[in-house]
Ligand binder design. Sequence first.
Ligand code: CO
Length: 210
Amino acid sequence: MLEELLRRNRHWSARRNAEQPGYFEGLAALQAPEFFWIGCSDSRVPANVVSGLAPGEVFVHRNVANVVHSSDMNLLSSLEFAVDTLGVRQIIVCGHYGCGGVRAATETLPQGQADHGLADHWLEPIRRIARGAAEELGRMNDPETRRDRIAELNVVEGVGRVAETPILRRAWARGQDVRIHGLIYGLKDGLLRNLDCTVEGPAGTGEVQA
Ligand code: CO
């Protein structure tokens, strides 16, 4: 299996170099991506492939169910590097329909069946989102429709959380043009949809007036 993977890699490298001589030397010297992608780890939603972007064009962070935890050092250090050092102008939080993480967060396991272990901790924000939208979700009869709506709300929440990080607030304070977009990907049609929740600047100081 690994041999096959390495064989494919050699084939890809040779073909890429034949198409564009000096391609790898150019990339090795500099990465200047326009995009930072926060997406789900799901193998069916690879950032570069579904967005049609080449190596060097998108800096990527992925985790189970594309959750933005405000204290996730892995995500925050990637975000900080993307914004402060690479100077990306577009941040994309991308969820997807049919997300197994959303399903795990919202399903009720039969009695006696083991829980999802650590994933139950990781997915806590999704359960909170589902509770917060209980009224809207209650009007949907189909469980898959409900989960897909939760996946959308999780993206909107993630966009808001990225916007609240000191990393973005500092970037905007110094006049950096960086926007955060929320997209959702359909496994069944391969299409990205804009959830129209773009944030282009700070929402306010958060200062509480006495
Ligand atoms: Co997923």
